[in-house]
Design a binder for this molecule. Structure first.
Ligand SMILES: Nc1ncnc2c1ncn2[C@@H]1O[C@H](COP(=O)(O)OP(=O)(O)OP(=O)(O)O)[C@@H](O)[C@H]1O
Length: 354
């Protein structure tokens, strides 16, 4: 595997209101993130609301320009390419939005919505675009007659399928899903996750998935990056992460997952990114904190077996009482995944899923 997308020391600041005197205040939404997304993997980015997941994803696909650091696509520095030269990158990196309804133009038919990115990128003739749109709609489980209908005529799951077909239209190599299933009913979530998994295999895609739900992430990711207040605090293969996270924040996140059997709950709210604590940003909420944690920022260190952790005490914590293991999918959810797969095998993708 090689790095498709690489972040090097990315920093992104936003205005954080005005102070009475002096310059406008800034908050650092992404604070020194380095990361390599490997070809063909599914990388999950997790963390509490506001920790910078979406900002990081937007930096990676150059929907935002960083204040510091670099973004590399297939080894090429694309950090400061002007919009006029971002066309190939826009083709290669596509976004799946959380709320498919708000991301789809209600006045366009579904067929036209899937054709539009191809037209925008000057791909194929009108007939070729039409044929490809129909093929993509079929591939995501919609029928040819759906092409003439409008987004409001579809269920949430079907609209997300349209969003996925549209994202695939330009032949991207990387798909980024920002909470791609969190707006959907639980039963439909499983179908869309399985669809993404199948598409990933068929099209040789690399997936970056932002999600709150660790059950979803456990089911679909190869690696997990945990963010806290703009920084990555743990990066690990999903299997070892879910067998026992090392960073105290990651352990608390996993322990808080329904079905994980509890464990030390997270104390308090995350601090404001406009006024982060010194040292380790988690130390005020950390049950393992000691004085040095308030003084210096622990670096994200490789600790073997492809894992990295930003904690001075990871070794003692890892060797301590068993880490909370993330719950497996509930039996009901697992059965739904299996059912969906069976249905696809038996009838093909046009079996009108929700
Ligand atoms: N365009 C913007 N202008 C000002 N502040 C922003 C902007 N975008 C994000 N922020 C702030 O940056 C921080 C990180 O936001 P971001 O959306 O990246 O977090 P997140 O982890 O994706 O959160 P969520 O899970 O709630 O979407 C938040 O404090 C947010 O308010």
């Amino acid at each position: 595997m090689s790095g498709v997308l690489e972040a090097r020391d990315l920093v992104k600041r936003f205005p954080a209101g005005r102070s009475l005197f002096g310059p406008p205040r800034l908050m650092t939404a992404v604070d020194g993130v380095s990361l390599s997304v490997e070809e063909g993997e599914t990388l999950a980015i997790v963390g509490e609301s506001g920790c910078g997941k979406s900002t990081l994803a937007r930096l990676l696909i150059r929907l935002l320009e960083p204040d510091e650091g670099r973004v590399l696509l297939n080894g090429r520095d694309v950090t400061h390419l002007p919009e006029s030269r971002l066309r190939p990158l826009r083709r290669a990196l596509q976004f799946i939005f959380q709320d498919p309804f708000s991301s789809l133009n209600p006045r366009m038919s579904v067929g036209a919505l899937v054709e539009e990115p191809m037209r925008a990128h000057g791909l194929g003739t009108a007939a070729e675009r039409r044929a490809r749109a129909l093929a993509l709609l079929a591939r995501v489980g919609l029928r040819p007659e759906h092409a003439g209908r409008y987004p409001h005529e579809f269920s949430g799951g079907q609209r997300q399928r349209v969003g996925i077909a549209r994202a695939l239209a330009t032949g991207p190599s990387v798909l980024i899903g920002d909470e791609p299933v969190s707006a959907l009913d639980v039963s439909v979530q499983a179908q869309v996750i399985n669809l993404l998994q199948d598409l990933k295999a068929d099209f040789g895609l690399t997936l970056i998935v932002i999600a709150h739900d660790l059950g979803v992430i456990r089911h679909m990711s190869d690696r997990v990056a945990v963010m806290y207040l703009g920084q990555i605090v743990e990066l690990a293969p999903a299997r070892s992460f879910f067998a026992g996270p090392l960073h105290p924040y990651a352990r608390a996140l996993v322990a808080a997952t329904p079905g994980a059997g509890g464990g030390a709950p997270l104390k308090g709210e995350p601090p404001s990114p406009a006024d982060p604590p010194p040292g380790c940003r988690f130390h005020r909420r950390c049950p393992h904190a000691e004085p040095r944690c308030a003084e210096g920022r622990p670096p994200l260190l490789a600790v073997g077996e492809g894992r990295s952790v930003a904690c001075f005490r990871w070794r003692e914590i890892g060797a301590g009482p068993a880490a909370p293991a993330a719950p497996a999918l509930t039996e009901a959810a697992a059965a739904r995944f299996a059912l969906y797969r069976d249905a696809l095998d038996a009838k093909g993708p046009a079996s009108a899923p929700q």
